[in-house]
Design a protein around this ligand. Structure first.
Ligand code: PLP
Length: 402
């Protein structure tokens, strides 16, 4: 859906027909989500810890949302959901659990393609005496799984692997990793921020201890997420000073945000059950086909392995990803070069670098990420605009490609 199609938007806003293809950075709040949140921002402003009626209502709303998020994730117990301020906090909380492992377990293993919200807190564990290792990936974006599994042993405290990569959409085999972790008594965390609401899964079927999710990647509000903590897995709280979230995360709950997350989770479940991912993958394939028809000299990262259905990362090698994103912004397309968190700096994508691309290619990518609101017409228009922006930049550079 184009930005300007919002009903009731002012005329100057309605004139804009921006095509939003940056859904791995954040998604549009679904109208049903905004509607569900509104009363909790206006009339029902109670604190869930208060004993009066307003407090009780808020507590009940949080409980209902907890059950909805648990259902989306296939969790056995709603009490396994700890609401947080988003994926970043959930990841920090999960990595913190390494500190509670047996003293002889000093290895923490993650991968070279994790989001900075895992890379940075895991690197900090080195200050507490942990040896932090980053497993390599293959050129196709998959984990070098055999080597990864063989590297695990009883000296490992915690393993953290993302389910789906935010730049390429590459999906990792967390089931196999979980099985090995379970055999060796290693705590296992999965960053599912880019997987929840995009892939159908049942957490109780997997040998996983902690799973991070974030509402704003699935048409919920920004600034709210959750850490799923398997019942029986060790857990040490990070914030203290309140008994919220069953003593696992002190601080007054973001009631309206949590209610929105719950509604977004219900909608995501319906979308998954109703063939949403298949329709989105067909649209994504159409986007890639159209772009190939118009320009040459690019590859799609991780195209040969399983990817989340709405993600295409185009690797060019001859045009700056940053310049391309800015040119597209002027042309009315919101896109990203590599990870949203690193755009604004000229640093090559650490994900493409880990996949073996040289610095020129790792600085020359464009990520287009679709959502259930993306239309065929937007895909058609966006491919024209991307092709023309690439051609313009190439002609400025005197590139022989077209
Ligand atoms: N993990 C992954 C894989 C992400 O893509 C992101 C956000 O882009 C995060 C974690 C951080 O989530 P949040 O923005 O909710 O803090």
């Amino acid at each position: 859906m184009s930005y300007g199609e919002n009903r009731g938007a002012p005329a100057d806003v309605a004139m804009m027909t921006t095509i939003y293809l940056d859904n791995n950075a954040t998604t549009r709040i679904a109208p049903e989500v905004a509607e569900a949140m509104w009363p909790w921002l206006t009339e029902h402003y109670g604190n869930p810890s208060s004993l009066h009626r307003f407090g009780e209502d808020a507590l009940e709303a949080v409980s209902r949302a907890r059950a909805s998020v648990a259902r989306l994730l296939g969790a056995r117990h709603a009490s396994e959901i700890v609401f947080t301020a988003g994926g970043t906090e959930s990841n920090h909380l999960a990595l913190h659990q390494a500190r509670g492992a047996a003293p002889e377990r000093k290895r923490v293993i993650t991968t070279a393609v994790e989001h900075p919200a895992v890379l940075e807190p895991s690197a900090r564990l080195a200050d507490s005496g942990f040896v932090v290792e980053r497993a390599r990936v293959e050129h196709d974006g998959s984990l070098a799984l055999d080597a990864f599994l063989a590297s695990l042993d009883t000296r490992c405290a915690l393993v953290s692997v993302m389910w789906a990569n935010n730049e390429t959409g590459a999906i990792h085999d967390v089931a196999a990793i979980g099985r090995r972790c379970r055999e060796l008594g290693i705590l296992f965390h999965v960053d599912a921020v880019q997987a929840a609401g995009k892939l159908a899964f049942v957490l109780t079927d997997l040998a996983v201890d902690y799973v991070s999710v974030s509402a704003h990647k699935l048409h919920g509000p920004q600034g709210v997420g959750a850490l799923w903590v398997r019942r029986g897995s060790p857990f040490d709280a990070w914030t203290r000073g309140g008994s919220q979230e069953a003593d696992r995360r002190a601080g007054t709950e973001n009631v309206a945000g949590i209610v929105g997350f719950g509604r977004a989770a219900e909608l995501a479940r319906e979308w998954l059950a109703g063939g949403g991912p298949e329709r989105l993958a067909a649209l994504r394939d159409e986007l890639e086909r159209r772009l190939r028809e118009r320009i040459d000299g690019f590859e799609v990262a991780a195209a040969k392995i399983a990817r989340t259905s709405g993600t295409s990362q185009f690797v060019f090698g001859d045009v700056s990803g940053e310049a391309l994103v800015l040119a597209l912004s002027d042309a009315g397309v919101c896109a990203s070069s590599g990870s949203a968190c690193s755009s604004g700096t000229q640093a090559p994508s650490h994900v493409l670098t880990a996949m073996g691309w040289d610095a020129a290619h790792a600085s020359s990518s464009l990520r287009l990420s679709l959502s259930r609101f993306t239309t065929e017409d937007e895909v058609a228009r966006a491919t024209e605009l991307v092709a023309s922006a690439v051609r313009d930049l190439r002609s400025l550079l005197g590139s022989p490609r077209s």
